[in-house]
Design a protein around this ligand. Structure first.
Ligand code: ADP
Ligand code: PEP
Ligand code: CA
Ligand code: MN
Length: 663
């Protein structure tokens, strides 16, 4: 049979099966037609109704009817709890919250609003008189509760400008004007307890604010969130140690923030969600809305406020998602030491034989990169606890830097950037959606946030035995620290308290060039107590469990920044391999001048000449001068710690003081 253009007509498989009816019309009745009467009905068939969030536990003999009621009660309780979280402190009730997407009309919104719970007790007298009626009590706030990544993708793409799906399925988004943390805008309420317990004053990250100002900002955030059609609520956990798990609630305005925390915190199972109850800590993220400069203490339009007494954190004026995860980390730095548990700004992994290593270091020094090791099990990349039971990850995800990311050098991180992953501030091809990881147009601090199970050899649950190696990472922009040194306990403490690195551009707002920084405990921005408190706990644990300390320079070699080059990642990996395997424990060592560091003379797979940095510098006089300059900076930085005792043992304090560089 020929068609008008002369080509033979192709007979399809279906045509063959078609039967000719009497009236001569063809029907393809090989499959039953859809049962929908119209398009709306067809669309409604596409989505299967979720089973109740939790399987209903039925006590013996209870009727299924009673069980169904309790499921409804449970949902009502959940909404009441969220309504209470969102309650203004100056109005009588919380907002009318309903579950579901306001865009999906006829579902949740049609139902009467549940009774709002009363706000939490008001501890302070300076709260304004109660006004019982306002416009906000006439509207509904839709709650999008613990949405799945698919649902959050759709919310982001529909409603948040700058949200796109990349070629590998990640959700690319923009964090707005802030592309890094704002440590100078982080404030802690200095109430009586906090005044006594926390570290205040010179060197401390804790900038004070009073309770009244906190409540002013909290009200600003709550009013902003309640003025929206919908808010996202995440109920999740922190800390894989079941005895010390913390329940967190994150209330945010953006699907981006909800998906970020979905990835970064521990995701509850349906059963765990059923028993969630009241959160231990709540974040109000109103990051798109600024704080008010007329408010006392406010010095910019950004404020990240923590109130330990109220167990709340308020974010105004920054959408950088890292504020949430690092804010909670600060809270853990307060809560855990109270329970004699050491909180650590470190990555952590474990060998197949159960040998655990910690990787301390400031932003950009390699915690995420080096703890993600194809030959070892990943426990976590950034935040851990060390208790009498061993180590546990605080988080449920990783937050990797993506600048210059390559498939060859970091295959596991590369492959984790897929459906579900949040990609912040990256640049991609408009059409192919291929990401250009070298592009710094938006920021140098481009990031990927993914659930830890996206790393193929993640250790789930993320816990492990006591660490064998404690690796201190420093990205030395001066290029004078050796690629690796073995430390005795006093040296480990000296370098832990010093927390030296070159702060790499981007992660903190306003830093454009690497610069030398000292950050106590490799995380001064997050610690709450005096650094010596954490140092004493670390010393005690390292001694008790016989861990060895190492100092690894992941920074420059052959000259300072601008002259030398960053040590090649494959060499650093070989060094780390030699630490894990035990090879470096038995190597030959020599001692460096000034810093008095023990450096190995040989490591498998690493050129021996780079092990002593002096060999890599052509200008030896410049090397010595730079070495002395850095030693001077260390000495000056340590002065403030010289008057503190570390632990019960004054002998250790003396040793630590003596473990620094000699000029
Ligand atoms: N020798 C090296 N060791 C570790 N990281 C390196 C090295 N050279 C370059 N890098 C890069 O430095 C960055 C380290 O960042 P990351 O691991 O995210 O740090 P952190 O988790 O401590 O903030 C990565 O982008 C990594 O590719
Ligand atoms: C998110 C951060 O972590 P890091 O850079 O240590 O990975 C940060 O410091 O903002
Ligand atoms: Ca990291
Ligand atoms: Mn970190």
């Amino acid at each position: 049979m020929a068609t008008p253009n002369g080509l033979a007509r192709i007979e399809t498989h279906t045509e063959k099966k078609m039967k000719k009816h009497e009236n001569g019309i063809c029907h393809d009745d090989s499959s039953a037609p859809v049962r929908a009467q119209n398009i709306d009905e067809l669309h409604s068939m596409q989505r299967k109704r979720s089973a109740p969030t939790t399987p209903i536990k039925q006590p013996d003999g209870a009727s299924p009817f009673a069980a169904a009621l309790s499921e409804e009660d449970r949902r009502k309780q959940q909404l009441q709890s969220i309504s209470a979280s969102l309650a203004s402190l100056t109005r009588e009730t919380g907002p009318k919250v309903v579950r579901g997407d306001p865009a999906r009309k006829g579902e949740a919104a049609a139902k009467p609003a549940p009774v709002a719970a009363p706000p939490p007790p008001q501890p302070h007298h300076h709260v304004a008189p109660t006004i019982s009626v306002s416009d906000s009590s006439l509207k509904f706030t839709h709650v999008l509760y613990n949405l799945s990544p698919g649902e959050l993708y759709e919310q982001a793409i529909k409603y948040e400008k700058g949200s796109f799906i990349t070629a590998t399925g990640a959700l690319a988004t923009l964090s707005g004007a802030k592309t890094g943390r704002s440590p100078r805008d982080k404030r802690i309420v200095k109430d009586e307890a906090a005044a006594q317990e926390l570290w205040w004053g010179k060197g401390s990250p804790n900038i004070e604010m009073d309770e009244h100002t906190f409540l002013t900002n909290r009200e600003r955030a709550v009013d902003y969130l309640n003025s929206l059609d919908k808010v996202f609520v995440n109920d999740q956990f922190l800390n894989w140690d079941p005895e010390n798990r913390i329940k967190v609630r994150i209330i945010s305005a953006r699907a981006y923030h909800s998906l970020f925390m979905h990835n970064m915190c521990i995701r509850p199972t349906e059963e765990e969600l059923e028993e969630f109850g009241t959160p231990d800590f709540t974040i109000y993220n109103a990051g798109q809305f600024p704080c008010n400069r007329y408010t006392h203490y406010m010095t910019s339009s950004t404020s990240v406020d923590i109130n330990l007494g109220r167990r709340e954190m308020v974010i105004l004026g920054t959408q950088y998602a890292g504020e949430m995860k690092k804010g909670l980390f600060g809270v853990m730095h307060y809560l855990m030491p109270k329970r004699k548990i050491l909180s650590l700004h470190s990555g952590c992994n474990m060998g197949r034989d159960g040998d655990v290593a910690l990787f301390f270091g400031l932003s950009g020094t390699g915690k995420t990169t080096l703890s993600t090791d194809h030959n070892r099990l990943l426990i976590g990349d950034d935040e851990h606890c060390w208790s009498d039971n061993g180590v546990s990850n605080i988080e449920g995800g990783c937050y990797a830097k993506c600048i210059d990311l390559s498939r060859e050098k970091e295959p596991d991180i590369w492959n984790a950037i897929k459906f579900g992953t949040v990609l912040e501030n990256v640049v991609f091809d408009e059409h192919t959606r291929e990401v250009d990881y070298t592009d710094k147009s938006v920021t140098e601090n481009t990031r990927a946030a993914y659930p830890i199970e996206y790393i193929p050899n993640a250790k789930i649950p993320c816990v492990g035995p006591h660490p064998k190696n404690v690796i201190l990472l420093a990205c030395d922009a001066f290029g004078v620290l050796p690629p690796v040194s073995k430390l005795n306990l006093a040296q480990t403490m000296y370098h832990f308290i010093s927390g030296y690195t070159a702060l790499v551009a981007g992660t903190e707002d306003g830093i454009k060039e690497p610069q030398a920084t000292f950050s106590a405990c490799f995380g001064a921005a997050f610690i709450m107590l005096h650094p010596t408190k954490y140092a004493a706990m670390l010393a005690e644990k390292m001694q008790a469990y016989g861990a060895t300390g190492w100092l690894v320079n992941t920074g420059w070699s052959g000259g300072r920044y601008g002259v030398g080059k960053r040590i090649k990642l494959p060499y650093t990996r070989k060094i780390i391999d030699a630490i894990h395997s035990g090879e470096l424990l038995t190597a030959n060592y020599q001692k460096t001048e000034v810093f008095g560091l023990e450096i190995p003379t040989e490591i498998d797979g690493v050129p021996s000449e780079i092990l002593d940095p002096i060999n890599t510098w052509t200008d030896k006089a410049a090397y010595r001068e730079t070495l002395l300059k850095l030693a001077g900076l260390f000495g000056k930085n340590f002065e403030v710690f010289a008057s503190y005792k570390i632990g019960e043992d004054s002998g250790l304090t003396e040793e630590i003081l003596a473990a620094g560089p000699k000029i």
